[in-house]
Design a protein around this ligand. Structure first.
Ligand code: UTP
Length: 408
């Protein structure tokens, strides 16, 4: 892109400040900046007006979960179906590790965080250990696709390499990168992170399947004959991955997606809960849950919206391909964004100072026709690490690992 074209594009989106330092840049930096302007989609900033309004929901009705007691009744049948699928090479795993982990506040990718007390126990290592349990039991390998972002790709790949893939088969681990989106101040002007670089951040976890396709990884999925993808978050150190019972239950109920859920600890717990929206499966966020919904009861007299998602889904590849052209809504999220101040010095704010623009995986659920909410016991499978201390923290996850006999 020429300077003139870049100028016109920026003018259209009221972002001319991006060129403030242009004259002082080296030739190489000028080229890099023009290239970034050329590929950046500034249209996302139009969405910032939404930040104050809640997205409009359709008509919410309950979606029944398969509860722990029901799962136990059919455990062996589901396990066999799941194991057969794994042994036939039909199951792959997708680790979402493109996030910035700003709440944890480490400079490194979240998966590199060491939760060990007497030895190293890196988050990535914990996840691989969990996956290896199934691999050993099934005596079959499961391909692992790892999504990173521009901010952490190299470090993530190098870390796996340096640790010999924590015992996993290297040729079955495939890395791919997600897309980035510009980050802005509250008025919608993009921040700069360097004089020749617009501040960008990963565009949320909703674009994972499209990014897989862009990186040619979807071809590998097909070549391997994978029909189901178990997508999971980097930060839950207890979750079962490619859990044969979950796989079997999702297949047996002919669902396009299975969602692991936990029973809410309190009606106002801050988790998204499974529901139907206008008849289709959906997730209603805790801040969208009205008092009426929070207190609603099902036919058995139990809370009707009582199962929270934990970001562990099993998607049918075929179903995902059918919806991949659809645009997911863009969420405007308030975050702390490092930026260059007027003197050109890098500032790292302590408080949120603007917006990032993200697509979320939970919005994919509503695009599908059928979803099986599959209950797991939270103390056995839900130990997310979002913060250093307090709720959903390194501390709480360590306590839960201990409770489950995992040595740290
Ligand atoms: P979170 O919503 O917890 O976001 O991600 P985060 O970026 O990791 O952490 P904070 O909010 O900045 O503290 C849930 C899961 O989605 C992945 C994360 O890596 C995590 O596994 N994710 C999130 C992505 O892969 N890409 C994204 O753009 C955002």
């Amino acid at each position: 892109m020429t300077y003139h074209e870049a100028y016109e594009k920026l003018k259209k989106w009221d972002q001319l400040h991006v060129l403030n330092y242009y004259d002082a840049l080296s030739e190489e930096q000028k080229t890099a900046l023009l290239e970034q302007i050329s590929v950046t989609d500034f249209s996302v900033v139009k969405n910032r007006q939404q930040a104050k309004e809640l997205p409009k929901k359709g008509i919410i009705t309950p979606l029944e979960a398969m509860e722990v007691s029901q799962i136990a009744e059919h455990q062996s049948v589901y396990e066999k179906i799941g194991m057969d699928a794994i042994r036939a090479g039909k199951v792959g795993a997708v680790l979402l590790a493109g996030g910035m982990g700003t709440r944890l506040g480490s400079e490194d990718p979240k998966g590199m965080y060491d939760i060990g007390l007497t030895k190293n126990v890196f988050i990535f290592q914990r996840l691989i250990e969990n996956l290896l349990e199934v691999v050993k039991k099934a005596e079959a390998w499961i391909p692992l696709y790892v999504m990173t972002s521009d901010k952490n790709h190299e470090k993530t790949c190098a870390f796996f390499e340096a640790h010999d893939y924590f015992g996993y088969r290297k040729e079955l681990v495939f890395f791919f990168m997600q897309e980035m989106a510009p980050a802005t101040d509250y008025t919608g002007h993009v921040y700069m992170e360097e004089k020749h670089k617009i501040s960008t951040s990963p565009n949320g976890n909703g674009g994972w399947f499209v990014s897989m396709d862009k990186w040619g990884i979807l071809d590998k999925v097909h070549e391997a004959g994978v029909e189901w993808l178990n997508v999971f978050a980097v930060d839950n150190v207890l979750q079962r991955i490619a859990d044969p019972v979950f796989v079997g239950a999702t297949i047996a109920t002919k669902s396009e997606v299975g969602a692991k859920v936990v029973r809410k600890s309190a009606p106002d717990e801050k988790v998204g809960v499974m529901c139907r929206e206008d008849g289709r499966p959906s997730i209603v966020e805790y801040y969208e849950l009205t008092d009426e919904l929070m207190n609603a009861k099902d036919a058995k007299g139990n809370p009707a919206y009582n199962f929270g998602v934990i970001l562990n889904y099993l998607f049918s590849v075929r179903a995902l391909e059918e919806i991949m052209e659809r645009q997911l809504p863009l969420h405007v999220v308030e975050k702390k964004i490092p930026y260059l101040d007027e003197q050109g010095h890098l500032q790292k704010p302590e408080e949120p100072n603007g917006f990032k623009y993200e697509q979320l995986i939970l919005d994919m659920i509503h695009e599908l026709k059928t979803c099986l909410p599959f209950e797991v016991e939270r103390n056995r499978e839900f130990a997310p690490i979002k913060n250093k201390t307090g709720i959903d923290s390194v501390e709480s996850a360590r306590a839960l690992c201990k409770e489950n006999g995992i040595e740290l």
